[in-house]
Ligand binder design. Structure first.
Ligand SMILES: NC(=O)c1ccc[n+]([C@@H]2O[C@H](COP(=O)([O-])OP(=O)(O)OC[C@H]3O[C@@H](n4cnc5c(N)ncnc54)[C@H](O)[C@@H]3O)[C@@H](O)[C@H]2O)c1
Length: 252
């Protein structure tokens, strides 16, 4: 069975510790020790207080559910230690130089870096854009004003521009835009809306190309612990792990 190390035992990490299927969670690390202890109650895993012993543990793959900084600080050491890596804080890959460096490192060491669909649906077939480039790729995200610490009495757009500019203004909301761009092979246009009438995190993806048009709308239930995160993100990692070694590969 695949042995998984969890880097980050917050909202998503705890769901993975509790609901994993077909894999073993064998190692846990979080910079806040209490979080690791809490996750350890949900699975039969060893708690590692320091990252360097965690990365040397007997694991096949590290699941990062921590932060952009954790990816930047630890991705290289994880790959050099012979582990595959699942990255949820995809915003870290907006830096092209860093992305190319870790991709080359993974290639040179026979390792894989997996990017799950996270809080959206459809990264699988959005990859058609790598073959037949999209003429339009838009991510329209709508959130409640409170989730962004903004006060607003009516629906309004607070950002419109390229994904790379969105990173500077809304660094915590960029994971989905970067993941979309990596799948489709081009930078996404991004709109961010706040709406006092919504209590979900809504992502709409609009893509156009030689094949026709795509419209995907995902309405995510925000987690009570962390309103910017959704249950779907955790489910997408659980599904990725469950299917990693399956001989029948569906929807890729
Ligand atoms: N790709 C997507 O669609 C998607 C969806 C949801 C969340 N995310 C990202 O996934 C990450 C986890 O989300 P969450 O809701 O579980 O967050 P969270 O804040 O609930 O938990 C993150 C945990 O990681 C730990 N952590 C942070 N940096 C660390 C480091 N350098 N070393 C060790 N531990 C560290 C924190 O102490 C915390 O316990 C976030 O970066 C979030 O932005 C991405």
């Amino acid at each position: 069975m695949i042995r998984v190390g969890l880097l980050g035992c917050g909202n998503v990490g705890r769901i993975i510790a509790k609901e994993h299927v077909g894999v073993e969670i064998t190692a846990l690390h979080d910079r806040i020790p209490e979080r690791t202890e809490e996750a350890a109650k949900l699975c039969d895993a060893v708690v590692y207080r320091d990252f360097s012993s965690f990365v040397k543990a007997d694991i096949d793959i590290v699941v990062e559910a921590a932060s952009v900084a954790a990816v930047r600080d630890h991705a290289e050491e994880i790959l050099l230690s012979g582990k595959d890596l699942v990255i949820l804080s995809v915003g870290a890959l907006a830096d092209g130089e860093f992305r190319e460096r870790i991709t080359a490192l993974a290639g040179a060491n026979g390792r894989k870096i997996h990017i799950p669909s996270g809080a959206i649906i459809g990264l699988d077939n959005l990859k058609v854009g790598q073959i037949a480039p999209f003429t339009r790729l838009l991510l329209r995200t709508t959130k409640s004003p409170e989730s962004l610490n903004i006060r607003a009495g009516k629906r309004m757009m607070i950002f419109s521009g390229k994904a790379n500019d969105c990173i500077r203004e809304f660094p915590k909301n960029i994971n989905v835009a970067v993941a979309l761009g990596l799948a489709a092979g081009r930078e996404a246009d991004v709109e961010i809306w706040i709406d006092p009438d919504v209590d979900r995190n809504i992502h709409e993806i609009i893509a156009e190309g030689a094949f026709g048009e795509i419209f995907i709308r995902v309405s995510n239930v925000p987690s009570t612990d962390n309103p910017s995160t959704s249950y779907l993100a955790a489910l997408s990692i659980l599904t990725l792990l469950k299917n990693l070694n399956e001989p029948l590969v569906v929807g890729t």
